[in-house]
Design a protein around this ligand. Structure first.
Ligand SMILES: *Cc1c(COP(=O)(O)O)cnc(C)c1O
Length: 448
């Protein structure tokens, strides 16, 4: 007898970041999408309240993006980038360099954000070897940072829940603190920022001779709960990296391509990274393309006669895939002609007002937002900021309730993550927030 699709999914699949026992109790199979809606195999529709894990820009089945893929298919789907290039990868590189911070002049492709970070780490490490300072081999990474799931990216990450299992596999890095204003003891965001910067400076003073690079998410620590950095922190980190001759790797995988109301979030503080990873929104959520940007100085340190062995020995089978690059080019063209970034900046003010309606709920502790990147932290007690016991899985319960009410998003512990597609209208944002409100209220009002 033929298995049903649901039975097949339970029988053959192993899903990412998923306890399969949970999946078996609450299976879901998406069949199609249109605009910012997703539809499952039973015809139930959901708002895509997390942009299909922070990717989607223009909604699903955007006509121009569909056409761009079809048009490219009429030429070729894929050829390698090892030792040669292709037309869309080359054209896209030019566009990317035009829109990225000006000191970044070179693009290295890969297929995921984690790989883009691996590449940045390896480039930073080898840069110092190639320039005669091989003793600079270590990294500084940020507490609560997240850079993807490959071993290098996990090594510079620090989310206990994801990372403690793999501890013995990781290379060590120095950990620095990023201000978490809601949970800090400091009297003000500025004080919290300055304490963290002072600690970082102490670390750099002592160890800069052995440090190749510092890695940091840009403006918002996403996976650890949408923790927005106070004003001046990222710029302060940039100054310290420069002063102590340490490369700054900025992770824009989540924040890049308009998500925060700037093309790249580091523009909020005029920060020029030495290396920058991006991915997620680059193809509008269509195909797996990621990029590592580098400065000309870093690029030049690898450029020499072959015998010097300064080559960057790294690449992937699908690096620079034509279909992905073609849709990315069209995506960025739409960014320009539909003024997506300005639109996000504008609509995020309306969204701020909308999110404020959640403040009245008894268990909403903190509402954090930068552009269309939002986190609502649920707590057992608003007064003491006491978290819920993890075994209650309040965030997860809220996400299931939202699913029932017609919206999908994945929680980050007890932080409800809300990252709607950038093309969402103000009316759609309001509708999504009201689903969120109802779900949070229903789940938390029974919980004391
Ligand atoms: C999602 C994410 C990554 C990893 O990207 P993948 O494409 O999932 O490998 C890295 N850094 C940040 C900040 C992210 O949000």
């Amino acid at each position: 007898m033929e298995l049903s699709l649901i039975e097949k999914s339970k029988t053959y699949l192993w899903l990412p970041f998923t306890q399969m026992k949970d999946y078996d109790e609450n299976p879901l199979i998406i069949e199609s999408g249109n605009g910012i809606m997703l539809k499952d195999i039973n015809g139930k529709e959901y708002y895509d309240g997390f942009s299909s894990v922070w990717l989607n820009v223009h909604g699903h089945r955007k006509k121009e993006l569909d056409e761009a893929v079809k048009k490219q298919l009429g030429k070729i789907a894929h050829s390698t980038l090892l030792g040669m290039t292709n037309v869309p990868a080359t054209e896209l590189a030019e566009t990317l360099i035009k829109i990225s911070p000006e000191k970044l002049t070179r693009v290295f492709y890969s297929d995921s954000g984690a790989e883009a970070m691996e590449i940045a780490l390896k480039m930073a490490f080898q840069y110092w070897k190639n320039t005669g300072k091989p003793e600079k081999q270590k990294f500084i990474s940020m507490r609560n940072g997240y850079h993807g799931d490959t071993i290098g990216a996990v090594s510079v990450g620090s989310i206990e829940l994801f990372h403690h299992v793999y501890g013995p596999l990781m290379f060590e890095s120095f950990k620095a603190r990023v201000p978490y204003v809601y949970r800090s003891e400091s009297s003000s965001p500025d004080e919290c920022r300055d304490e963290c910067l002072n600690e970082l400076e102490e670390l750099l003073k002592e160890h800069h001779d052995e440090i190749a690079a510092l890695s940091i998410e840009s403006m918002v620590q996403g996976a650890s709960g949408m923790i927005v950095m106070p004003e001046g922190f990222l710029a302060g980190v940039r100054e310290l990296c420069t002063a102590y001759d340490v490369l700054m790797i900025v992770d824009e995988v989540a924040t890049g391509f308009g998500r925060t109301g700037k093309m790249f979030a580091c523009e909020h503080e005029g920060v020029q990274p030495d290396l920058m990873a991006a991915g997620k929104g680059i193809t509008g959520g269509y195909l797996p393309i990621a990029v590592t940007f580098a400065t000309e100085e870093i690029y030049r340190a690898f450029y020499d006669d072959y015998e010097t062995l300064k080559t960057f020995f790294h690449g992937h089978s699908y690096t620079g895939n034509q279909l992905g690059c073609a849709v990315a080019i069209e995506n960025l063209r739409l960014f320009e002609c539909e003024q997506i970034v300005d639109q996000v900046a504008e609509k995020s003010e309306a969204l701020r007002g909308c999110l404020r309606t959640l403040e009245t709920l008894a268990h909403v502790g903190d509402i954090r937002q930068l552009g269309f990147m939002c986190g609502i932290e649920l707590v057992q007690s608003k007064e003491t900021k006491q978290p819920y016991p993890p075994e209650k899985r309040i965030g997860y319960q809220v996400s299931l309730k939202m699913r029932e009410l017609g919206m999908l998003t994945r929680p980050l512990g007890d932080v409800v993550a809300f990252l709607p597609p950038l093309a969402s209208t103000t009316g759609q944002l309001e509708a999504m927030v009201s689903i969120m409100k109802e779900a949070i209220d229903e789940v938390t009002s029974g919980e004391l």
